[in-house]
Design a binder for this molecule. Structure first.
Ligand code: NCD
Ligand code: ZN
Length: 489
């Protein structure tokens, strides 16, 4: 047998339906064999991984690496280092940078910044009123997907009008491209916030009061209506409310291709934590009342929610700790802490490792057209592996984060279960809990391996490009020339 680069022995390989003791052989960037110890080819390096679990590297559909625009908050290098430390091998990065990723020029700047990445990445382009004529150009330029900021949030990008959203979906539906939606109703949020401010409220709870769950319910419903009408694929970002889950179930039952993520903060935090955390917890959508936590877990378990993303939203500590809630930036870092937090819940018996792999890797890989190449430990797939020690305990510390944003609501939280090595396309980017410094730049765009099967659009007769031309056989003017003489009527 031909010598391979690496054989990993002694670990348990986790997939959504089983956990099996198996050795894994890696040649170049790919897994070439998974099986019994005796069947492994000779290897340049043999790694004992006794007691560890091998998970497909996590795929985080929602990170903000701030580059270009806000290097004091994060850069591609620091954000992707945080991902590598967190067992995350692929990220999808958001367009609310400066410039926003809505032009080819801005995309080129981001692609240049991403050359420093430790992990593989997709880039969500911006879907807004100003960009709907450029969606195809942006796709050709390398974006993997789009993001529509239907609710206002950090970056203050104007929400697309419903008309623009419809047209964007009409363009993207036949291409099979999925659009991430920040689903909150902007006008509700803006009016409520003004009222809170006029009433003199500056406490952390006022942020929640300004962004009630109904804003999320309304926006998800509207987006799903447009998605169903056009046949566009959509992805609901950071689903936070128990009350809107029924919309996902109903839309799926009607054949809408909708995927949805929630984040550890919506599962594990609630208003009870607000007194101690204050503005640190400010994010969009807001962290809600305790009644939302368990239904979101249940929705992950029954498949209503597909995946865990982090909404890694780094800001400087001083931007998060101002006394006036309206002056605290929204969001906090998360790409690095997601895995220990979720593995802790697995250890507590709330889910199995198989469930976790479905949420962290398999379902995101499927949603973004990467499954088979990523999201699975099997021959032919990229060798993207998170080596996990389920017995290791620790306390999360914001000062130890790789992220520049050393402020986290998870600071001081006891966890059990850590990624200890991260392999990306056959190379370690994190080993023994330490970043492999010179792997900066090993990450690359997943665009070349992305396969989004084209979809059949629903209402083709209404497509914008078609309705701009007068159909054959119909007179070019509205008045049938010479047929009605009103002067004689
Ligand atoms: C995000 C950010 O800071 O970019 N903030 C947040 O509160 N979630 C933007 C976003 O995802 O809405
Ligand atoms: Zn958002």
């Amino acid at each position: 047998m031909k010598e391979v680069d690496l054989v990993i022995r002694g670990a348990q390989v986790v997939s959504p339906d089983r956990i099996v003791p198996a050795a894994v052989a890696v040649a170049g960037e790919q897994i070439v064999a998974v099986g019994h110890d005796d069947t492994m080819p000779p290897a340049r390096e043999e790694l004992r991984a006794d007691g560890l679990y091998l998970l497909p590297g996590a795929i985080d559909s929602h990170v903000h690496f701030r580059d270009p625009g806000y290097p004091h908050k994060e850069t591609w290098k620091t954000g992707s280092a945080a991902a590598a430390l967190g067992g995350v091998t692929t990220v999808f990065e958001m367009p609310n940078t400066n410039p926003a990723t809505g032009t080819i020029e801005a995309l080129r700047i981001k692609q240049k910044a991403a050359e420093a990445s430790y992990v593989d990445f997709g880039i969500h382009g911006l879907l807004g009123d100003d960009t709907i004529d450029r969606l195809e150009e942006l796709l050709e330029g390398g974006v993997t997907s789009f993001k529509a900021f239907v609710g206002n949030t950090f970056g203050n990008l104007p929400a697309p009008t419903d008309g623009a959203l419809l047209e964007g979906f009409e363009t993207l539906a036949p291409l099979g491209i999925r659009t991430v939606v920040h689903a909150e109703n902007s006008s509700i949020l803006q009016r409520r916030q003004k009222q809170m401010q006029a009433a003199g409220r500056i406490d952390a709870m006022a942020h929640l009061a300004a962004r009630p769950a109904v804003a999320e319910i309304e926006a998800i419903g509207r987006v799903l209506t447009l998605a169903e009408w056009t046949g566009a694929r959509v992805h609901i970002a950071h689903h936070s409310a128990a009350d809107s889950l029924y919309l996902l179930r109903e839309a799926r039952a009607r054949g809408v291709d909708v995927t949805a993520e929630t984040c550890p903060q919506y599962l594990l935090l609630n208003t009870d934590h607000m007194r101690t955390l204050g503005g640190v917890m400010r994010l969009n959508p807001p962290i809600r009342e305790p009644r939302h936590n368990q239904p979101l877990w249940n929705a992950l378990m029954d498949g209503t929610l597909d995946m865990i993303a982090t909404d890694h939203a780094p800001h400087a500590p001083e931007e998060k700790t101002r006394p006036n809630i309206w002056e605290c930036d929204c969001g906090f870092p998360g790409v690095e802490t997601q895995m220990p937090l979720m593995l802790t819940e697995v250890n507590r018996g709330r889910a199995s490792l198989m469930d976790y792999v479905r949420w962290s890797a398999v379902n995101p890989a499927k949603a973004w057209g990467l499954y088979g190449t990523k999201g699975v430990i099997a021959p032919g797939a990229h060798a993207d592996i998170a080596f996990v020690d389920m017995s290791r305990t620790g306390v999360l510390s914001q000062n130890k984060l790789q992220s520049i944003s050393k402020i986290s609501p998870w600071n001081g939280r006891a966890v059990q279960g850590y990624p200890v090595h991260t392999l990306l396309r056959g190379r370690f980017v994190m080993r023994e809990g330490r970043l492999v410094q010179d792997m900066a730049g090993w990450g690359r765009s997943v665009k070349s391996v992305q396969r989004m099967p084209t979809a059949k659009p629903r209402n083709t007769e209404h497509y914008s490009s078609a309705i701009l031309r007068t159909p054959p056989g119909v007179p070019e003017t509205a008045t049938p020339v010479g047929e009605i003489d009103w002067s004689r009527a």
